[in-house]
Design a protein around this ligand. Structure first.
Ligand code: PRP
Ligand code: URA
Length: 207
């Protein structure tokens, strides 16, 4: 299942991210803000239960998070900007990292690092990567999470290509995808068009 977060704030900020006039500082800020707005939607089905507490006026039951604990997992390096933002909303979440880069020739993901919470099987996992292009990186990361025992995974991306969405739907039909937009297509170099360019390079100012 794919959820496109069509909220005007998300769409406005995403358009600013696409603009070549947007510099590193603003791009980072926008990526963080969009990530928070995506998390608001992606975490809509978190369980809540009643907790008894006292306001200054009376004691009563109020809703608080009560379900499984959370894990945020970033696909390095661009996914870091998303987990860094989202962890401010859910500070008790544990954070994992999966290091993958996409070989520019083959477009296949190459793994170079990973570190996950030991109890990943007991947590709801929110996997972050701003770009879902061919889907190779996200699919490999999801498989890695499943091999480590993860049972509940949502993929959060800022921008997707139809090809990447199709790959995840085929290879991991149990994983819900939450995105700000699905663009037209991939170009011959595996870039999303119209897209926003190379997310990692725009976040970190590299080229
Ligand atoms: C980018 C992006 C995704 C991947 C998407 O990472 O952040 O991880 O490409 O492409 P795919 O869907 O075709 O696999 P990149 O390899 O540029 O690494 P970086 O985050 O370190 O810049
Ligand atoms: N990775 C990116 O950062 N951008 C794309 O358009 C495709 C893959």
């Amino acid at each position: 299942m794919v959820t496109v977060v069509s909220h005007p704030l998300v769409q406005h900020k995403l358009s600013l991210m696409r603009d070549t006039q947007t510099g590193v500082k603003e791009f980072r800020e926008l990526a963080s803000e969009v990530s928070l707005l995506l998390a608001y939607e992606a975490m809509r089905d978190l369980e809540i239960g009643p907790v008894r507490l006292s306001t200054p006026l009376e004691t009563a039951e109020f809703p608080m998070l009560s379900g499984k604990k959370l894990a945020l997992v970033a696909i390095l390096r661009a996914g870091l900007i998303m987990t860094d933002a989202i962890v401010t909303l859910v500070p008790a979440a544990k954070v994992g990292h999966i290091g993958l880069y996409r070989d520019p020739q083959t477009l296949k993901p190459v793994a170079y690092y990973n570190k996950l919470p030991a109890d990943i099987a007991e947590r709801r996992v929110f996997l972050t990567d701003p770009m879902l292009a061919t889907g190779g990186s996200a699919s490999a990361a999801i498989q890695f999470l499943k091999d480590a025992g993860a049972q509940s995974i949502k993929l959060m991306s800022i921008l997707a290509a139809p090809e990447g969405v199709a790959v995840i739907e085929k290879e991991h039909p149990d994983v819900e995808i939450v995105v700000a937009a699905i663009d037209r297509e991939l170009n011959d170099h595996g870039y999303i068009v119209p897209g926003l360019g190379d997310a990692g390079d725009r976040i970190y100012g590299t080229k």
